[in-house]
Design a protein around this ligand. Structure first.
Ligand code: SAM
Length: 256
């Protein structure tokens, strides 16, 4: 299995992770893209569901986006699925690299912001409000299910009830093509405030196990490292310090 260009892909956040050389390069590219593609063109961009004009991406989001891009980049002609990325920067950034991008988000207003921008800038991005966490599995017609080169999902699963998360993660595992990589970020820790965060190691292990049953492997080194930081990462919950976690999984290539 190919190694990703991150010292420890599967871990909770540590601000020192932002100083890894590959991450420094990715965050510079993403920040430059924010300024040139959005800010200086008076174009709003969504972060955590809030669409507005922005001068910067906060360190935690850069930790997610930059590490996610390093772990599962896409090149020209490849197919990326961004789950929960309506209105956000990463799908647009991937489209500027020549990738064909698909965005799943139940928020139609955020999707419309992406649609307008993709149309105006000539980016290959298709959005849909289909809910793959629902009981019935219904993919948008014509999407390359089983052939995505990468799937990114930043800060989404903790907003979906556990049964829905389990359905979604299994379906995403099946949607990834052989050799493809999936990056997931999520709230982690006993006091994490999301609707359904991963509060302990048992929950994390269960989610990893079900993705493994669906054909994925954690990339190496496979151990999940809890860096131990618990901080107030959501100002709406000043008494609930928690961590952000990332998992990077891969679907092995078929051996003929
Ligand atoms: C906290 S925001 C994160 C958004 C974005 N990924 C980011 O990093 O800024 C959560 C997003 O997940 C979306 N979402 C909620 N349920 C979803 C589902 N079942 N499938 C896909 N996206 C979902 C929400 O509409 C929202 O855009």
């Amino acid at each position: 299995m190919a190694r990703v260009d991150l010292r420890t892909p599967n871990k909770t956040h540590d601000w020192r992770d932002l100083e890894e050389p590959a991450v420094v390069q990715a965050r510079r590219s993403l920040t430059r893209f924010l300024l040139c593609g959005f800010t200086f063109r008076a174009t709003p961009v969504a972060i955590n569901g809030v669409l507005r004009f922005r001068w910067r991406i906060r360190p935690l989001k850069l930790w997610e986006y930059a590490r996610g891009w390093v772990a599962a980049p896409v090149t020209a002609g490849q197919k990326l699925l961004d789950v929960g990325g309506g209105g956000t920067l990463p799908p647009c950034f991937a489209a500027t690299q020549g990738a064909e991008v698909f965005v799943l988000d139940p928020d139609t207003q955020l999707n419309q912001a992406t649609d307008r921008l993709a149309h105006a800038r000539g980016w290959a991005i298709t959005t849909s409000a289909a809910d793959l966490a629902a009981e019935q599995e219904a993919w948008p017609v014509g999407w390359p299910v089983g052939a995505f080169d990468a799937i990114h999902s930043y800060c989404v699963v903790e907003h979906i009830p556990y049964a829905g998360q389990e359905r979604l993660l299994k379906r995403l595992a099946h949607a990834l093509g052989p050799g493809g990589r999936m990056v997931l970020t999520f709230e982690y820790g006993e006091q994490a405030p999301g609707e359904a965060p991963w509060r302990d190691r048992e929950r994390l292990d269960r989610m990893v196990e079900l993705m493994m049953e669906a054909g994925l492997q954690l990339v190496e080194p496979t151990d999940f490292e809890d860096a131990g930081h618990r901080e107030v990462l959501d100002r709406r919950y000043p008494e609930a310090p928690f961590a952000f976690g990332m998992l990077v999984l891969e679907k092995p290539l078929r051996v003929s």
